[in-house]
Design a protein. Sequence first.
Length: 90
Amino acid sequence: MTLWAERADKTLKDSLDNCQIAEAICQEMQNISGEAMATGDQEKLNWCNYYIEELRKIELRKFDEITAHTFEYMEQYSKRTEEEITQAKA
């Protein structure tokens, strides 16, 4: 978790893939959290909630980075050749 938080993702796809993995982990942690609630295990519940919150903070920061990168380089993503523009008009 720390390595992912501290390292910049090399591509937008990598960043999105890592966020999806983190969200899958959060979902599993919620299942564990539910079991902890059912058994009255407050320590495990607190542990789950802490890591869910931390993972989601990292995800949010990563999504902010993705968005900032996209806006910064928007022209590269939206440039079209004259041929593409002509085809789009047709």
